[in-house]
Design a binder for this molecule. Structure first.
Ligand code: 4AD
Length: 471
């Protein structure tokens, strides 16, 4: 632990020194983190609030590098042109703060207003509702919640990528434009140019229908059949018409695909490892932001996250899950007979009440799942899983892939797919097929888990959902 702290401190110092060479000013975070560097400093930030008294004025400034920002002490004359929302450069020296919370504050010697701000600025020093903040999305990140979300989002992505790098995965960039619907759900957006210079009908641009990708999985499988372990991390698109707190039309997915694993349990181990690793990374790197969410959004957050990285996730088959639901002393709206889909109410019961922890539900009925999932020997289920989280529902979907070409082709034909269009996918089974599997983590849902927020629209910088595509 001590060694980790020292390494962390050394990294911070090194990055601070490098930053000083590259940028004209230091970030507030680096100034507060490395007090030994304080002398005369200049800092650029936006004003969160100004308090002007007769003899002295106080400004709270924030540049987004940390939650709490910095307190600046000014003379009333220096503070004259300062107002909430303005962008300023303050020069001065870091001094010990008499207050308990703030270790250091800035004693200002010079002020430059880089961009003034009038009184119509909508973010004032009070708590605004999340709905209001969403309506001023272009300024949302200037508030505490908006900034904290983006720092956690960054750390969560970094944690996931670090996990895969440490486990020898290669990051690949799968295309956004595709000619197939990986999940077979028909929720694809069709793509065509608004006009073509040649005057050709725009639908003919690609000589075939082309869509925004719903998942990079099939392309990731293509690349895992050569590089063994790959992952892709990017936006995916679904023409999802239901308006729920869990669905966006554009969201980010981290998809991992690995060859040379033989069993579903091995895939679950990797999934659990990656989710726990990234959670720990966020806890280590965003402790201030997590404490903020714990205080203002979800008072169970810190304890819940700590528990989730210490204990293995529960595991049960779909068949066991149905038995649990049937025995539950609860009236469900939707049926709980074998073969019926698990609805949100069922998922909620399994994760939040029965297991009270994240739970993998595995081996769903074949009819409920896409063509690419590997058939189990029982002839009625496939080797797949959903990872369900308490309070959130499905976070991850994944499976072993059908690597046996005859079985795969039969399934594709039964699903009415155009075999010629997917010949390349069948070729992967024809030329050196290998057992493999993978999964996709819904990144915004992961952020709900990490922040305690309840709606995916709060955790994506610019949300898109049915009827909404502002900016
Ligand atoms: O379960 P899904 O549909 O899985 C796939 O797309 C696989 N091809 C992934 C793979 O194996 N490589 O989606 C994966 C996750 C879901 O578990 C959910 O967390 C999230 O993506 N998700 C959404 N998140 C926000 N808005 C939506 N409309 C979402 N649809 C799915």
């Amino acid at each position: 632990m001590l060694l980790r702290l020292c390494q962390h401190q050394a990294r911070r110092l090194y990055s601070t020194q490098r930053q000083q060479c590259l940028f004209p000013t230091r970030t507030i975070r680096s100034l507060l983190d490395t007090p030994q560097d304080n002398g005369n400093v200049a800092v650029r930030a936006w004003i969160r609030s100004v308090r002007k008294q007769k003899q002295v004025a106080f400004a709270n400034i924030n540049d987004g590098s940390s939650l709490k920002g910095m307190q600046a002490i000014l003379t009333p004359e220096q503070a004259e042109r300062l107002s909430t929302g303005a962008c300023v450069e303050l020069q001065g020296s870091m001094v010990d703060s008499p207050g308990k919370e703030q270790g250091k504050e800035l004693q200002v010697t010079g002020v430059r207003v880089l961009g003034g701000c009038d009184s119509s600025y909508p973010l004032q020093k009070k708590r605004h509702s999340l709905e209001f903040l969403r309506s001023i999305n272009h300024l949302r990140a200037r508030g505490n919640t908006g900034g904290a979300v983006l720092r956690v989002r960054h750390a969560a992505g970094e944690g996931l990528q670090k996990f895969f790098t440490e486990h020898e995965f290669v990051q690949v960039h799968t295309p956004i434009l595709t000619s197939h619907d990986c999940e077979g759900g028909g929720e694809v957006f069709k793509v065509a140019p608004a006009s073509t210079p040649s005057g050709k009908p725009s639908e003919e641009f690609f000589n075939k229908p082309v869509f925004l990708t719903v998942s990079g999985q099939l392309h990731a499988e293509m690349l895992a059949s050569a590089l063994s372990r790959v992952y892709t991390f990017g936006p995916v698109f679904r023409a999802e018409e239901s308006v729920t707190s869990r669905h966006l039309a554009e969201f980010w997915m981290l998809e991992a695909e690995m060859t040379f694993i033989d069993k579903l349990d091995q895939l679950l181990d990797v999934t659990e490892g990656s989710v726990q690793y990234a959670t720990r990374h966020v806890m280590d790197h965003c402790s201030e932001d997590i404490a903020f969410f714990n205080k203002f959004v979800d008072s169970t957050l810190t304890e819940r996250l700590a528990k989730s990285v210490e204990q293995p996730f529960a595991r049960m088959t779909y068949t066991e899950a149905i038995e649990v639901l049937q025995k539950a002393n609860k009236k469900f709206e939707f049926p709980t007979v074998w073969g019926s889909s698990l609805q949100s109410e069922h998922e909620r019961y399994l994760a939040s009440e029965y297991c009270q922890s994240p739970v993998f539900v595995t081996d769903y009925p074949t009819e409920q799942k896409p063509f690419y999932m590997r058939a189990n020997y029982d002839g009625k289920t496939v080797a797949c899983f959903d990872l369900l989280l308490p309070g959130i529902g499905e976070l991850v979907g994944g499976s072993m892939r059908e690597e046996r070409d005859i079985l795969l082709q039969a399934k594709m034909e039964a699903a009415g797919m155009d075999i010629e269009e997917y010949q390349w996918y069948l070729d992967l089974r024809k030329y050196g097929s290998a057992p493999h599997g993978g999964y996709g983590i819904g990144f915004e849902r992961f952020l709900l888990w990490l922040t305690g927020l309840e709606n995916v629209r709060e955790v994506v910088p610019v949300p898109r959902w049915v009827g909404h595509c502002k900016y």
